[in-house]
Design a protein around this ligand. Structure first.
Ligand code: PEP
Ligand code: MG
Length: 586
């Protein structure tokens, strides 16, 4: 029966595919298709893992101390029984042989199916056996991770290309398009999906500018977040339409609905082709104002996408993605090579590298050192520059790596979340120290322009202080909105109050742009607002001439720029700023 689930639209377009339910804790499990000739090997891998886990449990059981509670041995019996469970084994085999899932993916898929059956059980004792099944599956996954495939091989699907929506016609083969449905996915895990095969995704939680949503946008696949109970309502393998424009999921669609969305999908494709014609067109308004369109990237390889969309540089390299999802922080050489790769990838165009913005909804792995466990309010806690200043050796390592990369092309160094004069001075003195360290060792480095992010209202209200020290400012609207309105950007329950057009937010943005323009300093917007075409005219009217966004948004924003008359927009922007309901005028 068809039903729909509503959430927040975060990444445009329509995706149609079969649901793959991924538990949040297992988002880092490898998901790839195997070659049809390898099904027996894959089943064998599972068998070996199962036998190894069985042996381990039997050994533990044998070595139990005499005074161990009787229940412990009984519990281990349950685990041994679950390992031999026919539903688990035959299900996993099905996913491997019929759908060509790799072993880990097949195992977690079947686990999700059985886990739901446990959830539905009346008997409490039986319901609780789900935890045992989970432990058994975790052990097998752990075993396979240690001895088998890498976490995420970039293996092509069997046909040698990514599955596409057209494959919908190839009913019931392993080649059907797949959409990912999860309760939550961390930004780091989301990044793994960059090389994956999903054509769309949906999560129960998250706000429009949560970092998971931001990564989804950078993947440029249709996505909906904040869809509340989607991962409960949707079942493994259900057909799902993800409408990333409207923020709606349609489950088990009827043929008529499918045809309608198929049509929308083709329209979207045509629109993209039309925009592609603008790639080499300079971004200039009708009244001859040049506008700079820059790219936001998460990894050095993203520069290829930025260049292909005609970006005039990188306005925001979120360097923290190099630090996430790993057990050890990257050392100076690794960071230097990554930054250098980005610089070289832009072929002489400037690259703005932001120092790490760890914390809040971008935690690092527990093993990698300090985590935020126990922090009451991480968005207001040890995040971004605060995190860096709290660990000078870590920060100096990053600063040296950025300075060294600057020897290979133009680099801007951008500092996130500054609010206090003391933080500014501390940061600058560490930068001097990093330079001195490199001088002492005779290591080559290059010049950098220095920028600060304006994303805390306190910063926007003390611009003169910032402009005294920095060459340019970059407005982080995602956080500026969050901190001005006291709305957690990642919390879907207050997403309706996360309002980019609130008069207070617009005032802070307009004043920042005006002050920089008056002092002849560079200013750009690198929050999600820069890529939102409904805001382009207003930002132009406020005097903004530099926008940094996901490469996939560049052409749509350019189209707005080409149609705009900046002089007329300047007068109109003043009216919008004076209005009680600015959104009504856009
Ligand atoms: C912002 O806050 O607008 C910004 C660009 O930084 P991030 O989204 O990474 O916090
Ligand atoms: Mg920010």
């Amino acid at each position: 029966m068809t039903f729909s689930v509503h959430g927040l639209a975060v990444s445009r377009g329509i995706a149609i595919g079969r649901a793959v339910l991924v538990a949040s804790s297992r988002a880092d499990v490898a998901h790839y298709f195997i070659d049809a000739s390898r099904t027996a090997d894959e089943i064998q891998r599972l068998r070996v893992a199962r036998d190894a886990v069985s042996e381990e449990i039997t050994r533990v059981q044998r070595d139990l101390p005499k005074d161990a509670p009787h229940e412990l041995s009984a519990l281990l019996d349950v685990h041994l029984m679950l390992l031999q469970d026919e539903q688990l084994i035959s299900g996993v085999k099905h996913w491997i042989t019929d759908r060509l899932y790799n072993a880990e993916w097949a195992l977690t898929t079947q686990y999700e199916i059985i886990a739901r059956q446990f959830d539905d059980m009346e008997d409490e004792y039986l319901r609780e056996r789900k935890a045992d099944l989970e432990q058994v599956v975790e052990r097998m996954l752990g075993y396979m991770k240690g001895v088998a495939s890498p976490v995420l091989p970039a293996a092509p699907p069997p046909t040698g290309r990514a599955p596409r929506q057209q494959d919908l016609l190839l009913d019931d083969t392993m080649d059907v398009p797949l959409v990912l449905v999860a309760h939550d996915i961390s930004p780091a895990d989301m990044l793994q999906f960059k090389q994956s095969l999903f054509v769309g995704f949906a999560t129960d939680v998250g706000g429009k500018t949560s970092h998971t949503a931001i990564v989804a946008r950078s993947l440029d696949i249709p996505a909906v977040v904040g869809a509340r109970s989607a991962s409960q309502l949707i079942e493994q393998d259900d057909w799902v339409i993800i409408d990333g424009d409207a923020g709606v999921l349609i489950v088990d669609p009827s043929p008529i609905i499918l045809a309608e969305y198929g049509f929308k999908q083709r329209q979207g494709e045509l629109e993209r082709q039309r925009l592609n014609r603008l790639i080499n067109t300079p971004a200039v308004t009708l009244d001859d104002q040049k506008v700079e369109l820059l790219a936001n990237i998460e990894m050095p390889d993203d520069t290829a996408g930025a260049v292909s969309m005609g970006a005039q540089g990188v306005g925001l390299f979120r360097s923290e993605f190099l630090f996430m999802g790993r057990s050890k922080l990257p050392d100076e050489q690794e960071q230097y090579l990554a930054y250098r790769k980005a610089v070289e990838g832009m072929n002489g165009l400037p690259v703005t590298i932001r120092t790490v913005d760890i914390g809040s909804d971008k935690p690092i792995d527990k093993l990698a050192g300090r985590t935020q466990d126990g922090q009451l309010n991480p968005a207001l806690g040890l995040r971004a520059i605060r995190w860096s200043l709290a660990d000078p050796p870590m920060f100096l390592t990053q600063l040296r790596a950025i300075l060294r990369a600057a020897a290979h092309g133009p680099v801007n160094l951008l500092v996130p979340m500054l609010a206090h004069g003391s933080e500014i001075r501390h940061t600058l003195s560490l930068l001097d120290f990093a330079r001195a360290e490199l001088d002492n060792k005779g290591i080559t480095y290059g010049p950098v322009k220095l920028g600060a992010m304006i994303e805390i209202p306190a910063a926007a209200l003390t611009l003169k202080l910032f402009l005294k020290y920095f060459d340019f400012l970059s407005i982080g609207t995602n956080d500026l909105i969050q901190y001005t309105l006291a709305i957690d950007r990642a919390d879907e329950s207050v997403a309706h109050l996360y309002d980019p057009c609130h008069p207070a937010v617009l005032r802070l943005i307009a004043d920042t742009i005006a002050e920089c323009n008056a002092q002849g300093k560079g200013v750009s917007v690198c929050g999600e607002m820069a890529g939102d075409t409904s805001m382009t005219r207003l930002l132009l009217g406020m005097g903004l001439r530099s926008f940094s966004m996901h490469p996939s948004q560049i052409l749509a924003v350019k189209q707005q720029v080409l149609r705009a008359d900046a002089g007329k927009l300047q007068r109109w922007a003043q009216e919008v700023l004076a209005s009680e309901e600015p959104a009504a005028l856009l």
